[in-house]
Write a protein that binds this ligand. Structure first.
Ligand SMILES: [Zn+2]
Length: 305
């Protein structure tokens, strides 16, 4: 009997040791693997955004996804760690750090506006670089609805884009920006008349946009029509393009030069606005012109930055 009891005690001891080993080492590793695999996708998005300058608001969307998933998995791991010991806590802390690094890499959703007009312009330039490399981060996976909800009550677009209606130049795509990031005025030939100017002023004065970018583009049909004296059907727009071409020698310059001259004409019209010229003097805003190249996807600043 005593031997039997001893055997049972030994047996219980082995069972206890096995259970303890299982709880201490194997289960935590399983949880760690699970959470790691859940984070893999978002880490990829994050690392690409981190490499790309981390300045776009859309990075924020990516970040929110990353942050929330990271937190979710961290919470899950912490639950496991409470039951199972310190080892998992170490794993979960590591993952928590990873999530924090992601947050540092890209500003959180609803992050403050750029600190300076130069920073606002840089966000656009960085976004275009991502577009050129086909490494866009907008809209971030599963973050569109969150961004939409966040901007229900108000908008704070950091930039105004005055672009052509041409189907090949959608500003949000070219600059890799998302919902609520840029205020867009689109009209054939990216001209600036009274209506366009008041739209620009609205976003600068009410939304506190810090940079206005006039975007011309390769093979712009509206400018080309005026260039070729064939502007039938677009006369109101042609009237706004013509002054830009007065001083352009058509014998000597290319259509690209004419398009850039038209961009500069629109920039001048915006800079001449009373409220905008005041902000320019105070260095609270930038107004620049750019030319978009279809072949490269690159947007080149063609005025003073
Ligand atoms: Zn055009």
């Amino acid at each position: 009997m005593k031997k039997g009891i001893l055997k049972m005690k030994k047996c219980n001891l082995w069972v206890s040791l096995t259970v303890a080993l299982l709880i201490t080492f194997i289960l935590p590793l399983t949880y760690a693997q699970e959470t790691q695999s859940k984070n893999t996708g978002t880490q990829q998005v994050n690392s690409s955004s981190a490499n790309q300058g981390n300045q776009a608001n859309q990075g924020n969307q990516a970040n929110q996804v990353q942050g929330s998933q990271g937190q979710g998995s961290q919470g899950q791991t912490n639950q496991a760690s409470q039951a199972q010991g310190n080892q998992v806590n170490q794993v979960s802390q590591g993952q928590g750090n990873q999530a924090n690094q992601m947050n540092q890499a890209t500003p959180a959703i609803g992050s403050p506006a750029p600190q300076t007009p130069a920073e606002a312009l840089q966000r656009l330039i960085d976004g275009n670089k991502r577009f050129v490399k086909d490494r866009t981060i907008c809209p971030a996976p599963n973050a569109l609805a969150g961004r939409r909800e966040e901007t229900i009550a108000k908008q704070r677009p950091f930039a105004v884009i005055v672009g052509c209606s041409d189907s090949r130049v959608p500003p949000e795509l070219l600059f890799d920006q998302g919902l609520g990031d840029i205020f867009v005025v689109r009209i054939a030939g990216n001209v600036v008349g009274d209506l366009e100017l008041s739209s620009v002023e609205y976003s600068v004065l009410v939304n506190f946009s810090q940079v206005v970018l006039v975007l011309g583009h390769q093979n712009c049909g509206a400018v080309e029509a005026v260039w070729n004296d064939n502007s039938n059907g677009i006369q109101p727009i042609a009237k706004l393009i013509e002054p830009a071409l007065y001083n352009v020698n058509r014998e000597k310059v290319s259509l690209k030069d004419a398009i850039i001259a038209n961009v500069k004409n629109s920039v001048s019209a915006i800079k001449a606005s009373g409220p905008i010229s005041k902000l320019l003097k105070e260095n609270k805003i930038k107004v620049v012109g750019a030319y978009y190249n279809f072949e490269t996807g690159e947007t080149e600043i063609v005025t003073e930055k």
